[in-house]
Design a protein. Structure first.
Length: 271
């Protein structure tokens, strides 16, 4: 028995059969294009991973960089894999981090920033350096945390990030480096252990508080510059005092310089 469609039935039947209603099926050409893109991406990734797995000479590194830039965004999956896997040489993981930063810019900062907590100091360092190159000032709290890193080089780089990005909010963290035992070493004098010595990072920290205009460091600096026990960082203390106060000591010996800063200190006291 034939089924007779009503007016409404005819309309629904037409809509369902219409190309506007039905889900468009990919054409053979589109499928082939997608397959080619997938295969191309796979070849690029495999090619890059093969090269990143080797110990590269300077010339080979330059060639690899050019290849990565020629692929642009298509090289990202390979770079990410190199960064995440410890089966690649540390030097190459470092290079991959920098290249990812160059290609993705600040869009890649959140991912690169995750490596500041990486078990490898090399990757923590690479992360900090890359974020500095990107002039990334959104991760100040991570830089401040890295000032206490167990690696001397990572601490030094974190300090450089804060100083060059002028993150004054973290000036207090920089000043605290003067009291961190990790920034001192045990010296020897005539076969006996001497008092702990300041590493060069202390000098960097003292200068940084000047660059950051950390006024809370003024009074301690006024006191310290008068004492011989801090003579090894005299120039750095004076640098910071000049930066913070805007005053310049006379071109003379330390005795007269100390007298000058003593007068400046008195002028800063509130009675």
């Amino acid at each position: 028995m034939r089924r007779v469609l009503t007016g409404t039935g005819i309309v629904l039947s037409l809509l369902i059969s219409s190309p506007l209603w039905a889900k468009a099926k990919p054409t053979k050409s589109a499928i082939q294009t997608d397959l080619k893109n997938v295969e191309s991406q796979k070849r690029i990734k495999n090619s890059l991973l093969s090269k990143f797995s080797k110990n590269l000479s300077k010339k080979q590194v330059m060639t690899l960089k050019k290849e990565v830039f020629s692929y642009s965004g298509k090289s990202v999956p390979a770079l990410v894999e190199v960064m995440k896997s410890n089966k690649y040489p540390d030097k190459n993981r470092w290079i991959a981090t920098f290249l990812l930063g160059r290609i993705m810019g600040k869009k890649g900062s959140p991912f690169i920033g995750k490596f500041m907590d990486h078990p490898s100091w090399v990757m923590r360092m690479a992360s900090l350096k890359t974020l500095l190159a990107l002039k990334e000032d959104r991760f100040g709290h991570f830089y401040a945390k890295a000032l206490k890193d167990k690696s001397f080089l990572v601490r030094k780089q974190a300090l450089e990030n804060i100083r060059r990005l002028e993150l004054k909010k973290y000036s207090g963290h920089v000043w605290s480096m003067l009291y961190d035992k990790k920034n001192y070493y045990q010296g020897k004098e005539k076969g006996k252990l001497a008092n702990k010595k300041r590493t060069n990072i202390i000098k960097d920290a003292v200068k940084a508080v000047g660059d950051l205009k950390f006024e809370k460091a003024l009074q301690p600096l006024f006191t310290m510059i008068q004492k011989d026990r801090y003579k090894d960082i005299f120039d750095e203390m004076e640098y910071s005092l000049q930066k913070i106060t805007g005053k310049k000591s006379p071109e003379s010996d330390r005795r007269l310089k100390r007298r000058f800063w003593k007068k400046v200190a008195i002028s800063y006291k509130t009675f």
